[in-house]
Design a protein around this ligand. Sequence first.
Ligand code: PLP
Length: 343
Amino acid sequence: MGSKLSLAHLPTPLERVPALSGLYGVDLWIKRDDVTGGAEAGNKIRKLEYLLAEAQERDATRLITCGGLQSNHCRATALAAARCGMAATLFLRDKSLEGVVSDDGLPLGHTELVGNLLLDRLCGAEVRRITAEQYSRRDAILTGAAIRYQSAGERPYVVPEGGSNGLGALGYVDAMAEVKAQLDAQGAPPFDVVVLACGSGGTAAGVALGAGTHRVAKTVHVMAVADDAPTFTRRIEGLISEAVERGPEWGHRLDGPAPWKVDDRFKGPAYAETYEAQRQTMFEAAQRAGLVLDPVYSGKAFHGLASLARSGELHGRVLFIHTGGLPGLLAQAPTFAEMLQTS
Ligand SMILES: Cc1ncc(COP(=O)(O)O)c(C=O)c1O
């Protein structure tokens, strides 16, 4: 039987947020997975506890993965690799790249060293930038890199985009078991709904499965931060099946998922691009409750939660999973400058 590594600081707090509950007209709780660790904090570290256990089992010397230029997943993977004595190679999608770039990517210049990228480099990860077109062939690019490292005598382990496969999703089944234990300790009933951000689907798959298995919530509301609802619905369904298949070998007895749905109304103009109403919600949460959200994931999902709570579409006991992403906010200061100077 496989056993996961212990990388995250757990259990994370489960907190009530009275200041925002009053404002939105719901009983709002937050699972603080933005504090699963230090620089590696966020949702990804729970998935990496499983993925790195498998990498270690295979005696891997290097992790290879991919994401956006300011990927929280890549940063968490790079830090976890360093902590476990492995090297890391990150393929990052860079929209600004022009001209011909080989599938091996371009090395990073020093000018982009902010936010997650700074942390990637600080812990010694090899950072390769690729175009959006190459990113659309990411699985082949990761496999090609693995073959090259293998022929150079290394033992690479490929971590999928976002850490999202059936194995990684088990990390969020555990998170839901953790919430259930926290509810039981307080004698509190299950939630009416769990709300979370979705970028590659693994967290949502684990939460839906965990919420059903551990009776944490009646429904799960998944906020897409890019793409569309049908795309994510298919992806999450696939991840749930994969997690159910892999669960037993890691000691999980899984029931079906709680009823879940994907909502793509709050994704904004594009991945990692914010919009005015979202920025205002982020400002409000930080000012009224000291709740700092990130622009790419948790800020969009929380804006969706606030909007739907205000309109009455969400009600009762609402749990928001704060999935982290602070370094991404710190890399986007110019986006917030106008709002903060004029407010
Ligand atoms: C801060 C943050 N929140 C949410 C997500 C979404 O998680 P998932 O990729 O499992 O859908 C990510 C990762 O992409 C993230 O970095």
